[in-house]
Design a protein. Structure first.
Length: 274
């Protein structure tokens, strides 16, 4: 028999409320409930570039998830639906081959730690690689959140002189709202690309036409992302098309720099916490 609170009438929690099935049912209910905000927020995010930020800054917030809620939700979707997205898939083997940081520095640090004095492929290096890969897998899911405040700082600098127009983001917190929305869209695209890439990789040779369709969709998503950013920047910051194009190029370059910094930070935080 289910027990209820005599004061508020709410059902008392039981062990079944903390099962994976209960959490899955709750998430499904949020996604399918017409009164819920998840579906409406995701639709506005995907179909109306920049609208979420504009509505949030103008006070129209009741029907949407808050920016941080949306960002955290999409982060979960990214690592659940596509846990091995190439852009955020790291291992000791990849660090030993590609920068940043430099493979020579990585090799030196691993040898200094005394875990890889055996020849390459030896038991010592393999054991250390397993520990490193397990730790980096956990670290990457938490450090990815740092993209949002970092990108907001970039936007703050990029639009430092663009403050005279009413309704345009001026404060750091306002830029952070746009950064959270923009990254939510980017992570959502990456999750979709990861899923589609996995599907394409598992298709047999006889299904080559279907595989080509999947790869084509991935390419379209990849090309659509900068177009989305162009529209979003133009709407939020009220830019002309040339200025919006320049801002899109600047944000894309900044994102690549942040990605390299993230990769390096992820290595060092993993290395020094093992």
């Amino acid at each position: 028999m289910q027990r209820y609170c005599p004061q508020c009438g709410q059902a008392a929690p039981g062990p079944a409320d903390y099962s994976l099935r209960a959490y899955a049912a709750e998430l499904a209910g949020q996604l399918t409930n017409t009164d819920g905000k998840v579906a409406g927020t995701l639709w506005a995010l995907v179909a109306r570039p920049g609208l979420l930020t504009v509505d949030h800054l103008q006070g129209r917030r009741a029907r949407y998830l808050r920016p941080l809620q949306l960002f955290l939700l999409v982060n979960v979707l990214l690592f659940v639906a596509a846990p091995r997205v190439p852009l955020f898939s790291y291992s000791l083997e990849k660090y030993l081959r590609f920068s940043p940081p430099s493979p020579a520095l990585v090799t030196s640090l691993v040898q200094r730690a005394g875990h890889a004095r055996a020849p390459e492929g030896g038991a010592a290096l393999q054991a250390y690689a397993r520990k490193f890969d397990a730790r980096v897998e956990a670290q990457r899911k938490s450090l990815i959140i740092l993209f949002a405040p970092a990108l907001a700082g970039v936007l703050r600098l990029l639009f430092a002189r663009h403050r005279g127009i009413p309704g345009v983001p001026r404060r750091y917190g306002e830029h952070l709202v746009f950064a959270l929305h923009a990254l939510s869209l980017a992570w959502l695209v990456l999750a979709g690309m990861g899923v589609l890439s996995a599907i394409a990789g598992r298709m047999a040779i006889v299904t080559l036409p279907r595989r080509a369709v999947v790869v084509g969709v991935v390419v379209v998503l990849l090309l659509w992302t900068p177009v989305y950013a162009l529209w979003a920047l133009r709407r939020v910051y009220r830019l002309s098309w040339p200025w919006a194009a320049a801002a899109t190029a600047g944000v894309a370059a900044a994102f690549l720099v942040l990605l390299f910094m993230y990769r390096g930070l992820l290595f060092f935080t993993t290395y020094y916490t093992l």
